[in-house]
Design a protein around this ligand. Structure first.
Ligand code: 5AD
Ligand code: SF4
Length: 447
């Protein structure tokens, strides 16, 4: 009999982090094992990959090369490759890295424990990168957590097919989870002390579930249901798409106080020409109009975004339009990336004439403006009282507690009372780019 020590390495977005948590839960439930934090002594190695940007394939084989040596010393080791690169590369992984035992996709991760068992028993390699309809969620065990904030996936895949993006090919078509399952999972989390729910999906606001009575649950309706669950102090979500930002969704900001004053709404570019080449399905005016409507309801709403620079055909005029948009719409902390050609996407066939040096300069320029904006918003918070949901004791200094502001800044403060899981008021006395320090003013009564 084997005693299994399992190491899981995760690349990529919050969806992948969530998937890895689920892999750990499943393996813990089905296999006699311990999940460990380093690869050296593990006998099951799992790599959960991401292919959204950069040289995902090279990175994969580089990592596998390191694990190959571990397997040479211990042939009983089982190496599993999952996630988006697994779907994209499929069997080719076996050809280039013959020591890999299992290839699984983002939608088949619930089958991993059985695959591991079969590999051990029958000594045969296995691959399953199919897209069974939302099946995996039915297999996840009840989540055990002592966290204050928890992620929960509500929708998988994407139907938008932006021309640069590989997600629709690796994660499959959009499928919304039944709202009853989502509510149940959140109730289980709140009963364990979770106070903040962070809804996840490639495109959360495309959420739409039609039940057997033909009741249509939209994202706006789902938010209203979640807000009614006892013990929910805050609701966040990522990522949303401007095209699906309906008036219904905007109007729930009137009704649901737990929705934070912070929305991540990626625009990608400030130029209509580039948006059209990206097939983003909205114009800059439409994007601005959405933000205006949101700010009419919530004047203190802060917006963050994603930007891609160096998309094929982008000129300096286009990048200047992006900078103008950041300043005009007063966009807060954002992510920015150099365009990376992804295999099989329509943009990979477009003529890309911008050299890397120029792309890097554009990225530098845009990040300069984004950082200035981030600093401006953080500086504005100095000497103000901020509402924080306390998440724990600071990992580096146990005299401090930490939590986050609505606009996603981490705040550190001292307190003699245990206030984990509570909403507190903090007067900010020091700021860095993303981090603030302050003094405890009060602990909210309704905690
Ligand atoms: N190149 C660069 N950035 C990309 N993103 C998605 N695909 C690519 C690509 N091919 C970025 C987008 C998206 C974020 C998650 O990743 O900005 O919003
Ligand atoms: Fe990719 Fe566009 Fe879908 Fe986002 S909306 S996951 S960028 S295809």
């Amino acid at each position: 009999m084997f005693y299994n020590k399992v190491y899981i390495k995760t690349w990529g977005c919050q969806m992948n982090e969530y998937d890895s948590l689920k892999i750990a839960d499943l393996i813990n439930e089905k296999i006699d094992c311990t999940i460990i934090k380093t690869a050296d002594t593990a006998n099951i190695l799992i790599l959960n990959t991401c292919s959204i940007r950069e040289k995902a394939q090279e990175k994969l084989f580089h990592q596998l090369g390191r694990w190959k040596y571990l397997k040479q010393n211990n042939p009983e080791i089982i190496i599993c490759v999952g996630g988006c690169v697994a779907t994209q590369e499929g069997e080719r992984i076996f050809y280039r890295a013959h020591y890999v035992d299992i290839i699984f996709g983002p939608q088949t991760l619930h089958r991993l424990p059985q695959m591991i068992y079969n590999v051990r028993t029958f000594k045969k390699k296995l691959i399953d990168i199919s897209f069974p309809q939302i099946e995996k969620f039915n297999y996840f065990p009840i989540r055990k957590t002592n966290a204050i904030s928890a992620f929960i996936t509500i929708i998988e895949g994407c139907n938008k097919y932006c021309t640069y993006c590989i997600v629709p090919y690796t994660r499959g078509k959009e499928i919304s989870r039944p709202y009853k399952d989502i509510i149940l999972e959140i109730q289980q989390l709140t009963q364990q002390g979770v106070k903040e729910i962070h809804l996840l999906g490639q495109n959360v606001n495309a959420y739409k579930y039609i039940d057997k009575n033909n009741y249509i649950c939209t994202f706006a309706k789902l938010l209203s249901m979640i807000a009614k669950i006892n013990g929910i102090y805050r609701i966040r979500y990522t990522t949303s798409h401007p095209k699906d930002f309906s008036d219904d969704l905007i109007n729930v900001y009137n009704k649901i106080p737990q929705l934070v004053n912070f929305i991540h709404l990626p625009v990608q570019s400030g130029s209509d020409k580039i948006l059209s080449l990206m097939k983003r399905r909205y114009s800059i005016n439409e994007y601005k109009h959405i933000l205006e409507k949101i700010k009419n309801i919530r004047p203190h709403m802060q917006i963050s975004s994603d930007f891609i620079v160096g998309f094929p055909g982008e000129t300096t005029e286009d990048i200047n339009k992006t900078i103008t948009l950041i300043l005009d719409m007063d966009i807060d902390m954002s992510y920015s990336f150099i365009y990376s050609s992804r295999p099989g996407t329509p943009a990979s066939k477009m003529l890309d004439t911008i050299d890397m040096k120029e792309k890097k300069q554009r990225l530098y320029l845009i990040q300069y403006h984004i950082n200035k904006q981030t600093k401006k918003f953080s500086a504005k918070m100095l000497n103000t009282i901020q509402t924080i949901l306390v998440e724990g004791i600071a990992p580096q200094n146990n005299q401090y507690f930490f939590g986050r502001t609505e606009n996603n800044r981490t705040v550190f403060f001292k307190s003699t009372k245990d206030c984990i899981g509570k909403i507190v008021n903090i007067k900010i006395n020091h700021f860095y780019l993303y981090t603030l320090y302050g003094n405890l003013v009060s602990i909210h009564q309704n905690n």
